[in-house]
Design a protein around this ligand. Structure first.
Ligand SMILES: Nc1ncnc2c1ncn2[C@@H]1O[C@H](COP(=O)(O)OP(=O)(O)OP(=O)(O)O)[C@@H](O)[C@H]1O
Ligand SMILES: [Mg+2]
Length: 252
């Protein structure tokens, strides 16, 4: 599953980290892959010495399995990112060999070791995000509950359509997730209503509420489920995990 939105600050990393932790808590084995040179998921998961991390698959052909690191969170392992990734991104050409690197690395992972692979993407449709979209089957789009965020959803859908038509026929948008929702604000309620009327069942049942504990958690190096287990943020991401688990029977 790739977590993407070309709009910056839409809740991708927050979703990646806290959804993976909530799935881990429910006994799922999750591999998080940080495909963002900002390496925010890597530092949130408290990986202090990431080395070159996922960059290796682009520069040295090192198997992805050798790059997997443990985290302090039950069920969750991570392939970290590092600043090296932005250098690699600049050096890569838009050619099939570079576009298929990540897919080929994922295919070489041992079968059955993980239940979910979740890729945190940068807010650009560069070659790294393209690599993610070519490798995965599902796309989760976090959308900040703000009017300005709505055109961004159309851009993501257009990008996914292009990738599906050309390089990855299996690619599907499986979830649009309203994030940073303040249910007391009319503006937020309107944006969520518009998302639901345009995208119907693609929009998750759960809405991730604005919750300051979610903003604090990265500085503690803990997902919200461990940082403040009773917060709204923990409740909402646990509910999201339940929705995804409930849909497992329909998955490949
Ligand atoms: N539900 C929430 N409640 C409060 N703050 C939130 C919530 N979701 C995200 N944030 C805050 O919003 C900011 C952006 O979130 P996040 O880093 O997850 O977005 P992103 O899409 O990964 O950003 P980027 O495009 O830079 O990778 C962060 O400061 C984060 O703490
Ligand atoms: Mg991010």
């Amino acid at each position: 599953m790739a977590v993407i939105n070309q709009k910056g600050g839409s809740g991708k990393t927050t979703t990646c980290v806290n959804l993976s932790a909530a799935l881990g808590e429910r006994g799922r084995r999750v591999l998080v892959i940080d495909m963002d040179p900002q390496a925010s998921a890597t530092s949130w998961y408290n990986i202090k010495d990431p080395g070159r991390g996922v960059t290796e698959i682009f520069i040295s052909d090192q198997p992805l399995l050798e790059l997997v690191r443990a985290t302090e969170v039950m069920g969750v392992t991570i392939v970290p990112a590092s600043a090296w990734l932005s250098g690699a991104e600049k050096a890569l050409r838009w050619e099939s060999e570079a576009l298929l690197r990540f897919r080929n690395s994922v295919k070489a992972l041992p079968a059955g070791q993980w239940d979910y692979l979740i890729v945190d993407c940068a807010p650009t449709l560069g070659i790294l995000t393209a690599n993610a979209l070519i490798a995965v089957q599902e796309v989760l789009i976090p959308v900040e509950a703000h009017h300005l965020a709505l055109p961004g959803v159309d851009r993501v859908i257009a990008s996914v359509d292009t990738l599906r038509a050309n390089l990855n026929p299996q690619l599907e948008i499986t979830l649009i997730l309203p994030c940073r929702v303040d249910p007391r604000t009319r503006h937020c309620r309107e944006v969520v209503r518009e998302l639901r009327s345009r995208f119907g069942n693609l929009v998750s049942k759960v809405e991730i509420r604005e919750n300051v504990r979610l903003a604090e958690a990265p500085s503690k190096g803990l997902p919200i489920t461990l940082y403040d287990s009773n917060s709204h943020g923990a409740q909402d991401y646990r509910e999201l995990a339940e929705e995804i688990i409930a849909a497992e029977n329909g998955r490949v």
